[in-house]
Design a protein. Sequence first.
Length: 410
Amino acid sequence: MRRILIVGAGQAGLQLAHELLDHHYDVTVLSARTPEQIRHGQVMSTQCLFDTALRHERNGRLNLWEQEAPRIESLGVTVGGPDGPPRVDWASSLDRPAQSVDQRIKMAGWLELFEARGGTLLVRQATVRALDALAAGYDLVVVATGGDDLADMFRRDPARSPHTRPQRVLSLAYVHGMIPRPDYSGPKIGYLNIIPDIGELFTIPAYTHGGECDILFFEGIPGGPLDCWSDRPEPAEHVQRLLDLVQRYVPWEYRRCGQAELTDPGATLVGTVTPTVRRPVAELSCGRLALGMADAVVLNDPLAVQGANYASRCAAHYAERIFARGHRPFDRHWMHGTFDGYWADARHATRWTNAMLRPPAHLVKLLDVAAHNPDVAHRLVNGFDNPADLVDWLDPARTAAYLAQESAHV
């Protein structure tokens, strides 16, 4: 039986661990925290999983909260500022619903299930030194976290990494008590609110401790008015400051927040992300190789809502490659080929995310057109589950040709 060590207990690492267990591999997961520490700790992220990722979870019998979590059936986009109503305001339905489950609940549950299914859990700090001590006992070492000093194991790929510093300052809170927009009473909608030259606010229906909730998630342009979190406020002050910013810059969303309150003391987070693509293979001092996956080697800003989705896709792809390898060694050539297959898909999400961080004029126009053309809106919204369909729009000429074709059909 082949022995595989997975470092990291997030979406990618645990999904891969469960898939390997199902195929009778001997799997060990190295986690910095116990399930109880994860469950009762601070939120780790936002997330909104679209159909492709949700299908991977169903296939692995990991959809443990599918019945409880709200079904997000549409996505909406607004563009505006504090003075007057939004100048763009539209929504379109997803072909299949999305869902968001607090990763504290999901990862704690998946870890417990992993042990119940026969996996081995090691709880210790995930460091390069720890890997050196463990690696010799395994046929394959997969690094599924960029925490601690692990990301530095994998060298930055400058050709694929146009940014060298964070492009947004991130702040979020999980809250109970938000109401639908006054003019809307249909299925659950996730909204992207764009405040030009200032940043963005996401509102995401989700599931957390205590049941259904909403995530308020600001992405602020560094140096702007949303870049105001360096003091790392305590939870009560954090949520009040966040609501004050919603009232000032996204007043149409603030009308939903009159009864909003924090779901629990751990439900706030502040941070930054430097979008980075890294080379996928690292050599440990003991001479063994480690293969990076998901955020450890392809880290995008959360703006395009692709992080957890591509962690899931990466886990599914790596599992297929491991199964196909049989009893042959997991050598450097195989590792690079495995990552290259993933990058062939992930590059679309990276290109689209980087474009959204600094949208060119023709993409801004596309949002305007979508307000009046349901076909454009529908394609844009469903592209979040298929970024390969969106990258055509990064070319101004192709975008113009597409819009001209759509106009001819109206």
